[in-house]
Write a protein that binds this ligand. Structure first.
Ligand SMILES: *[C@@H]1O[C@H](CO)[C@@H](O)[C@H](O)[C@H]1NC(C)=O
Ligand SMILES: *[C@@H]1O[C@H](CO)[C@@H](O)[C@H](O)[C@H]1NC(C)=O
Ligand SMILES: *[C@@H]1O[C@H](CO)[C@@H](O)[C@H](O)[C@H]1NC(C)=O
Length: 594
């Protein structure tokens, strides 16, 4: 019902925009006629001509808008016609503001446009599985970190004290910190206090654990492994933890430390004071120094125990339902993401004309990322100044380092350290053979450079939406001031997508979603990773490369990332859960190999 009403609003919105523009055009026509008169060109018939042209143009515009409204309603069958409203507005904005389009690779873009507009599959696109996982071995890996409730099993009762963590970063960095803290609490036989989230000037979100994750579910799911409580007991709450030496910052522990380091440096403090506060706690626990049963705990936390609150689950489920046909619901992934809060109302779903599958693209091209990379993106002096100003505000130490050292942007680029622009992401997709009709959900917040940056991509792929297009402003209102909760909706859309395309494999959201798709995707949830260094080399040869050669090299690059292998040493288990303790490899006889 809500969707139908919203859809109505959507087409109404489009028509209103039409009327507005029409009125403006009429006025423009009249005023140009008036100008003609005042300039003394006088001819009365010229004025009549101008008005007639204005009126005719107006009528044509109205009729074409009506046609497009009808077309939209037929195509989208109501449910996500609003999806196009956002895009329409985007396009109209681009026309209105007339910003210069920011193109870095004009030659390739032209070739891509001509190839995908013809909707002709590329010379050898049949070599590339667009919507499937090409390697069947992927299906041999099964999730195996779920809780086994053995009676009488539980953590030691007389534990060593309480662990408090204040996690920094955005949604995904916090998630990693939470699951690492679970392991540290288990190692130290400590009780974990529900994690706190630090406010960051980049993410600007005051959300706490309970605003994002179901607290009770988390506590109860982990209870046979780690005691988790909501608060410190009163006698510890009044302590000044920093003053008594119970505060442990990231400076006190090696990056990717071993569990024995925690026992050596943290356990004595815990035993002495009964409490330790980890402040920050980013990436402090290594991935290879952890025994299998603790690795399992980490995956149990990340892949099973952390469920979004019902408010996020419901909005996420609505988002997915509109992005897919109803029949595609209720996959294993959906169950994991939405639990009992999965909306299952066929009336909400998109109709027959809706996309049956969609690709989610995580466009990690926000200003923080762009500024941090120290790269240049063809925007000249203006861009340079803006990024430097951003660094001064948000990354002061980096800004200082940059002033002293001579990091060349070209060098950064050739080392693969620059985030992909929307244009470069579009070129990868077209080289792989995704045609112009491909339905693309773009995750990521404020794209640096806005519409002008995005336009090369929307030109290649006009069926491109974000959550702001798929959900109405009313539906998004409860999340509006909370970037982490908005990021949760993106995470959901990316995890559920038929294909997930990453622009920056190092980004936390991309990394967590890739892992989630490996773990819960049953070997049928492909993810496309570019290798930025190789892509930079390919793009560097832009001047001479032909489209066929570009396609072949991009395909090889993406295909190599798709090979199925156990987690290599040093890699995150959250991103690559095919590792002992997390996933198990089924043998031919049906048994599993831990
Ligand atoms: C935690 O408890 C286990 C089981 O009782 C014990 O073997 C281990 O030594 C304890 N570790 C610490 C750091 O207290
Ligand atoms: C940067 O330069 C300033 C003075 O120009 C100097 O005091 C400072 O130590 C330098 N910092 C680094 C990190 O080299
Ligand atoms: C969001 O924040 C702004 C300013 O901080 C405030 O005026 C507005 O009411 C907030 N909206 C919601 C939905 O919380």
């Amino acid at each position: 019902m809500a969707a139908a009403a919203a859809a109505g609003q959507g087409s109404g919105g489009a028509t209103n925009i039409g009327r507005l523009r029409c009125a403006r055009q009429g006025k423009a026509a009249a005023s140009s006629a008036a100008a003609a008169v005042s300039r003394g060109v006088t001819a009365w018939h010229l004025r009549v001509f101008a008005v007639v042209v204005g009126v005719m143009g107006c009528l044509l515009l109205v009729s074409s808008l009506m046609m497009s409204a009808v077309h939209q309603v037929q195509f989208r069958n109501g449910a996500i016609s609003r999806g196009f409203r956002g895009l329409q507005e985007l396009k109209q904005n681009s026309v209105r503001t007339e910003q210069a389009e920011q193109i870095m690779h004009p030659r390739l873009l032209e070739m891509a446009t001509s190839v995908i507009t013809k909707n002709e599959p590329g010379s050898d696109s049949e070599n590339f599985a667009l919507w499937e996982e090409p390697y069947k071995q992927a299906r041999k890996w099964k999730p195996c970190a779920a809780k086994h409730s053995l009676p009488g099993e539980g953590p030691e009762k007389n534990n060593n004290g309480f662990i408090l963590i204040s996690a920094n970063g955005g949604l995904n960095q916090q998630r990693v910190a939470v699951c690492n803290a679970v392991v540290v609490a288990a190692v130290l036989n400590a009780t974990l206090v529900l994690p706190r989230f630090l406010y960051s000037s980049v993410w600007k979100d005051t959300s706490q654990f309970g605003d994002i994750y179901q607290e009770d579910y988390f506590v109860s799911y982990m209870k046979s492994d780690v005691h988790i409580v909501k608060d410190l007991p009163p006698h510890l709450q009044s302590l000044d933890l920093e003053a008594i030496g119970s505060q442990v910052t990231d400076m006190d522990i090696t990056k990717e430390a071993t569990t024995s380091e925690f026992i050596k440096t943290v356990l004595p403090i815990l035993r002495q004071n009964g409490v330790v506060h980890f402040l920050g706690f980013g990436n402090r626990l290594g991935f290879d120094s952890v025994p299998v049963h603790l690795q399992r705990l980490r995956c149990r936390c990340n892949f099973h125990a952390l469920k979004f609150v019902p408010k996020i689950q419901k909005a996420g489920s609505l988002l997915i339902q509109r992005l897919r046909r109803a029949g595609a619901m209720q996959t294993e992934m959906d169950k994991q993401l939405f639990g009992s809060n999965m909306l299952d109302d066929p009336a909400l779903a998109a109709g027959a004309g809706a996309p049956s599958r969609f690709l989610a693209l995580h466009m990690r091209f926000e200003e923080d990322m762009v500024a941090y990379s120290l790269c240049e993106f063809g925007g000249g002096d203006e861009e340079r100044k803006e990024l430097q100003a951003y660094r001064e505000t948000h990354f002061p130490t980096l800004a200082v380092r940059l002033r002293n050292t001579s990091v060349s942007p070209e060098q950064q680029r050739s080392l693969g350290r620059c985030p992909l622009t929307p244009e470069e992401a579009g070129l990868v997709l077209s080289a792989l053979g995704y045609d112009r009709r491909t339905f693309i959900y773009v995750a990521g917040s404020q794209i640096f450079g806005g519409t002008a940056r995005l336009r090369p991509l929307t030109r290649l792929y006009p069926n491109l939406v974000t959550k702001d297009d798929v959900l109405s402003s009313g539906e998004l209102a409860p999340f509006k001031n909370f970037s982490s909760q908005l990021a949760a909706l993106d995470l959901i859309a990316c995890a559920s997508a038929d294909v997930f395309a990453v622009t920056d494999s190092g980004s936390q959201l991309s990394s967590l979603v890739s892992g989630y798709r490996v773990y819960h995707g049953r070997g049928r949830a492909p993810t496309l990773h570019p290798n930025r260094k190789r892509y930079a080399q390919i793009l560097a040869e832009e001047g001479g490369i032909e489209w066929g050669g570009f396609q072949r090299r991009v395909k090889t690059m993406v295909d190599e990332y798709k090979r199925i292998a156990a987690r290599p040493r040093g890699r995150s288990v959250y991103r690559q859960p095919r590792t002992p303790g997390c996933m198990c490899r089924a043998r031919g006889d049906g048994s599993v190999d831990f």
